[in-house]
Write a protein that binds this ligand. Structure first.
Ligand code: URA
Length: 301
């Protein structure tokens, strides 16, 4: 390679990086200009991956208040891994498969295994790994964000980057630790370059997060930011209107209280809204207290 050529390649890579491209889709580069015998995409035979249960991955038992991260099993694709099908089925087919599959998961461990094997969402093929959840599966308080970012994609855990650190401080502000609560995202795979998930991707992932909420069965659900709020609380209103308000969330088994608040990433950009977030957190802490008192009271006859 001449030095001119390598400078051009370096500049091109720098441009890609600037433009938000930060992950490679394959281990080997493909020079599409020098492979004239490749069939045009619309003539290539369809290679549609179907959702499937993960083959016999050992599932750690749910033990008391053990943090779920203890059972984390990263699934990063390595150079030696067999090539994946890499093409998700059409969104409506995938959403239907997701609905059927999520219903069948009897436990969080089974749900995680199911997601590890689910090939209905194209985001799986660009993400490094599944980001399922963190915290205590028996928590009374559950937070749900939008989708993992770069740090979460590397670690396989939600909210571990800068917004995660702020979330930890928000949790500490109401006298709890990260290990006391349960944290997940609507979308469990990082969208490439942190782009906004498409409505189709959200619809495909929705049955899984809904089942996750049902299995955790918290007393209070907190949606972080607009996308998670609009998706889970079925509202079209923006976060400025929805935050701090109580919603009823039907888990499928019972109705729980749900509150929307600002996403920590937004609070990092607009710290003046932390005052409102603090109000929301106090209301959340009060609701937890109230439900605890109610649970302790003997049932009236
Ligand atoms: N933002 C989210 O919505 N989720 C994460 O896990 C990290 C950042």
């Amino acid at each position: 390679m001449t030095s001119d050529h390598s400078t051009t390649v370096r500049e091109l890579l720098a441009f890609y990086l600037e433009a938000g491209v930060d992950c490679a889709l394959g281990d080997e580069p493909v020079d599409r200009l020098s492979t004239p015998d490749l069939a045009p995409p619309d003539l290539a035979p369809p290679n549609i991956a179907t959702p499937a249960l993960a083959p016999g991955r050992p599932i750690a038992a749910k033990t008391g208040a053990a943090p779920i991260a203890a059972t984390r099993q990263p699934s990063r694709q390595t150079a030696t891994a067999p090539p994946r099908a890499g093409i998700a089925p059409p969104p409506d087919v995938a959403a239907e498969h997701a609905r059927e599959a999520a219903r069948t998961a009897p436990s969080l461990e089974a749900l995680r295994a199911l997601l590890e094997g689910f090939e209905g969402c194209a985001l799986k093929f660009t993400a490094s790994r599944l980001v399922f959840a963190d915290g205590n599966p028996q928590a009374r308080l559950m937070f749900v964000g939008e989708a993992p970012g770069r740090d979460e994609d590397i670690e396989g855990l939600p909210f571990v980057g800068r917004s995660g650190q702020l979330l930890n401080r928000m949790i500490a502000a109401i006298g709890l630790k990260r290990g006391d609560v349960y944290i997940a995202n609507v979308i469990p795979w990082r969208p490439p370059g942190n782009r906004t998930p498409t409505p189709q991707e959200t619809q495909i992932c929705l049955p899984f997060i809904r089942r996750q909420i049902e299995l955790v069965n918290p007393d209070v659900l907190v949606t972080l930011g607009n996308p998670s709020t609009q998706t889970l609380l079925q509202t079209r209103e923006g976060i400025m209107k929805t935050r701090g308000r109580w919603f009823d969330y039907d888990t499928g088994a019972r109705t729980i209280r749900a509150m929307a608040t600002f996403h920590p990433a937004y609070l990092l950009r607009s710290p003046s809204y932390k005052r409102m977030a603090w109000h929301d957190l106090r209301a959340i802490a009060k609701a937890l207290e109230d439900t605890e008192i109610k649970a302790e009271q003997p049932a009236s006859t």
